[in-house]
Design a protein around this ligand. Structure first.
Ligand code: XUL
Ligand code: CO
Length: 468
């Protein structure tokens, strides 16, 4: 029997890895009949920065309090099912490279269940409490929508059982870009049947997310955009997208789902121009269509750099407008122009990201979703652990750096000083919108040529660097 042949694979990992993690307890064996064991987690595996064991956390100490919150509550880490369990390493030039021991090469329901068990064993061992999924990653498509929904229900029931009382989806979403029916878009497809199908898919995916206790629901407009304006009525498509999102917000209320609805901006790929280009474009769309109170943003760092911004810029744009809901934690490659979805390993970048998170007072009910994948050439099961540990440690180190910057106070002081001239009675009147141009002209005449202070950028950079 195949199920019997698929050994508890993480047990195998314990044997083959050079870096033993907690190997005693195996959690949910691939054999569907066997009960799940007691999961042993790595989250207590904090060995500190001097550790030479890459299978331990050096900076992430889940229970440690930093800036008034436990690290785990600042971070709210989540594993992305699609990268970690559906990523094959295939690219336009080559075949899959990741032949995980639990995969049988089929897209069957039984395989989907085995994969789901692998997912929860991984999450438990990593010691995180959250996961993210697309409907179609976790359950196979069938011939009809009704049959596909039935598959999804089966997988949702299994996921609920495996989640136990601790694990929840950070967010769920509907995959509206892979199937050929969505080639012109989903909500922005010119074909009304596709619009209806997409709505039905979102409706069901939201119900499943709600059933699993999910905290957010994401809309990434995979193919909501255009390849050429010559064949596209942009206004009509944007109107359709707004109507679609309105319908989703209404459905959320109807089913009593309290999760946050999140839009994930991305400028291009797969389309040449995606409508949710960046945080500012998405915000203006939401404002125009009266949807601004129904949605927040899920900022992805690699998407930010594709749009010509830094991740910090996108986070701050979302934050200062009360729209920072979640972060898809990843990074791109400065020499590659597409969405490489790499785990974030740059400490400076992580510190800037955490600066926004701390200023936001945290992300809850959002968190950090590792929308990141192993490189094509990384093919060992232990690489999945190493990648997540490295990503978690990098952000944890960023948080520790932010604590240092706040404790030191000189960066905050430098910024405060920069606007010092507005910290006056007259400045306050301007900021309160109470000063007209005639009064300003009078002042300009009276004051004469202003003395303009230095921007102190180099000093700001020195202060920042000293915290890393
Ligand atoms: C694609 C991307 C997606 C969304 C979810 O670039 O980021 O994985 O996060 O659909
Ligand atoms: Co993403």
């Amino acid at each position: 029997m195949r199920a019997a042949r698929v050994l508890p694979w993480f047990l195998c990992l314990c044997v083959v890895s050079r870096y033993p993690i907690h190997c005693g307890a195996q959690t949910c064996p691939a054999d569907l009949q066997t009960e799940c064991g007691d999961p042993s987690s790595m989250s207590e595996n904090f060995n500190g920065p001097k550790s030479k064991n890459p299978m331990s956390y050096r900076w992430y100490n889940a229970e440690e309090e930093i800036l008034g919150k436990k690290m785990k509550d600042w971070m709210r880490f989540s594993v992305a099912f699609w990268h970690t369990f559906r990523g094959t390493g295939a690219d336009p030039f080559g075949a899959p490279t990741k032949l995980w021991p639990w995969e049988d090469g089929t897209n069957s329901l039984a395989m989907a269940k085995r994969r789901m068990r692998a997912n929860f064993e991984f999450i438990n061992k990593l010691g995180v409490d959250r996961w993210c999924f697309h409907d179609r990653d976790i359950a196979p498509d069938a011939k009809t929508l009704a049959e596909t929904n039935a598959n999804l229900d089966e997988l949702a029931a299994l996921a609920k059982e495996l989640q136990g009382s601790k694990i929840r989806p950070l967010w769920g979403t509907a995959q509206l870009f892979m199937h050929p029916r969505y080639m012109h878009g989903a909500a922005t497809s010119p074909e009304v049947g596709v619009y209806a199908y997409a709505a039905a898919q979102v409706k069901k995916a939201m119900e499943v997310t709600h059933f699993l206790g999910g905290e957010n629901f994401v809309f990434w407009g995979g193919r909501e955009g255009y390849q050429t304006l010559l064949n596209t009525d942009m206004k009509r498509e944007l109107d359709h997208m707004a109507a679609f999102l309105r319908g989703a917000a209404d459905w959320k209320k109807k089913i009593g789902f309290n999760g946050t609805l999140l839009i994930e901006p991305k400028p291009q790929e797969p389309t040449k121009h995606q409508y949710d280009w960046d945080a500012a474009t998405t915000m203006s769309f939401l404002q125009k269509y009266g949807l601004i109170d129904e949605f927040k943003l899920n900022i992805e760092c690699n998407h930010a750099t594709l749009s010509g911004h830094s991740c910090h810029h996108e986070l701050e744009t979302a934050r200062i407008n009360g729209l920072l809901g979640n972060i898809d934690a990843n990074t791109g490659d400065p020499q590659i122009g597409w969405d490489t979805d790499q785990f974030l390993t740059d400490i400076g970048e992580a510190t800037l990201v955490m600066l926004s998170v701390v200023r936001n007072g945290g992300l809850a009910p959002g968190g950090f979703n590792f929308d990141a994948k192993l490189r094509r050439e990384s093919t060992d099961v232990e690489d999945l652990f190493l990648a997540h540990i490295s990503g978690m440690d990098t952000l944890a180190r960023g948080l520790r750096n932010v604590a240092k910057l706040i404790e030191d106070g000189s960066l905050g002081e430098l910024v405060k000083r920069r606007y010092h001239s507005f910290d006056t009675e007259f400045g306050a009147q301007i900021e309160g919108g109470k000063v007209d141009f005639e009064t300003l002209e009078k002042k300009a005449m009276e004051w004469g040529e202003p003395v303009v202070p230095s921007g102190k950028q180099e000093l700001a950079e020195i202060i920042f660097q000293s915290a890393l």
